[in-house]
Design a protein around this ligand. Structure first.
Ligand code: ATP
Ligand code: LTN
Length: 335
């Protein structure tokens, strides 16, 4: 219950893939908001491991990345006594509802997904059915928990839209069964761009390590990567259409420090890019310092991580299994 309004808390669900080292993009676009939302909402946050095998993974590395991502959720300050934290594959209902919903999803709408187009080009040797139906699994994740709000970065907007369409289509057949989710996308920070190519989003799967900043990167690496960030030849620190590199750096500094872009412009009036880059690096290093220390603590005890995430999966499964039962009953399955 929300104690001030005395109404039930809204339900929030989000997920993050264990597909590599978590970046500043993941942090500003998603994780930072998750932490901010956990006291106000009824939150479930998961490690989306089933999504990650749409791209081929090396088993030992994949397993380690799952532990790392779980440890990172705790390190950024998600509290298992407040939010339900779990690993997607530990709740079988995700795969179950995914199959059911795939029969309510059109081939045409999946073909229009930009992420599918991009990833099938990038991994042309493995354009598997899972990569194509990725958004259906994501819809299942969301609809299983009757989620009201889904905090994600801008790149996931289209997937949220398809989840809403699938839910609406299902409800048109069977009545008011599924909750239509709303995306929750931050105004600044939802699209952190690559430090090497500011027309591309910062992505942990970018082979160029200078393109992204990892949450657990060392302070030296963070400083070096910002110093190498591409800029332009204008020489002034001002947000303007078309100045992708500078707009990106201002957005990063603004989101990390909580200052508005105008305040950032004022602060660096007449100053050079070099000084600005060092200031951004220092702010990011300070933001990540406690997270990095927490991470070193949580990653040491895998048994404890397993215990926390298994307990989370049990609570999640309780909600999810009831929802699958409800959906199956509406369709006409014999239960
Ligand atoms: P990959 O590079 O493997 O595709 P990713 O980092 O893009 O991975 P996820 O781990 O699935 O993707 O993303 C987790 C969350 O982080 C999502 O909410 C996503 O929108 C957000 N996110 C990812 N990259 C950025 C970015 N550059 N800017 C803002 N948010 C981002
Ligand atoms: N596809 C998402 C990760 C994800 C997710 C979810 C996000 C999987 N399931 C459910 C929100 C809700 C991504 O960020 N790439």
């Amino acid at each position: 219950m929300n104690e001030t309004t005395n109404t039930p808390k809204k339900r929030v669900l989000s997920g993050i893939q264990p597909s590599g080292v978590l970046t500043l993009g993941n942090y500003l676009g998603a994780l930072k908001n998750w932490k901010a939302m956990q006291s106000e909402f009824d939150c479930l946050f998961m490690v989306a491991d089933l999504h990650t095998i749409t791209i081929r993974q090396e088993p030992a590395k994949f397993r380690q990345q799952i532990y790392n991502t779980a440890a990172m959720l705790l390190s950024i300050g998600l509290d298992p006594s407040q939010s339900t934290l779990f690993i997607q594959s530990h709740v079988a209902a995700h795969a179950q509802l995914c199959w059911i919903l795939s029969c309510y999803t059109q081939f045409g709408e999946l073909s229009r997904m930009t992420q599918f187009k991009e990833k099938s080009q990038k991994h042309a040797d493995n354009v598997n059915a899972g990569l194509f139906s990725y958004p259906v699994l994501m819809a299942a994740d969301i609809l299983l928990y009757a989620s009201d709000l889904v905090p994600v970065g801008h790149d996931q907007k289209q997937h949220l839209e398809i989840s809403r369409n699938i839910a609406t289509r299902f409800n048109n057949c069977y009545g008011d069964v599924l909750t239509i989710p709303e995306p929750y996308i931050p105004k600044i920070g939802a699209r952190v761009m690559s430090l090497q190519n500011p027309t591309k989003k910062m992505s942990k799967s970018d082979e160029n390590v200078n393109a992204w900043v990892g949450i657990v990167d060392s302070p030296d690496d963070i400083l070096r990567k910002f110093k190498r960030a591409v800029t332009d030849s204008e020489g002034c620190i001002r947000m303007q259409p078309g100045r992708d590199a500078i707009n990106n750096l201002i957005s990063i500094y603004s989101t990390v420090t909580g200052k508005s872009p105008e305040q950032v412009e004022q602060q660096f009036e007449g100053k050079g890019y070099g000084e600005f880059k060092v200031a951004i690096a220092e702010a990011v290093i300070e933001e990540f310092r406690p997270i990095r220390e927490n991470f070193e603590y949580y990653i040491k005890d895998k048994k404890e991580l397993e215990r926390i995430f298994k307990a989370g999966a049990e609570s999640a499964a309780h909600i999810a299994n009831r929802q699958v039962g409800k959906v199956m009953k509406k369709i006409g399955f014999v239960l």
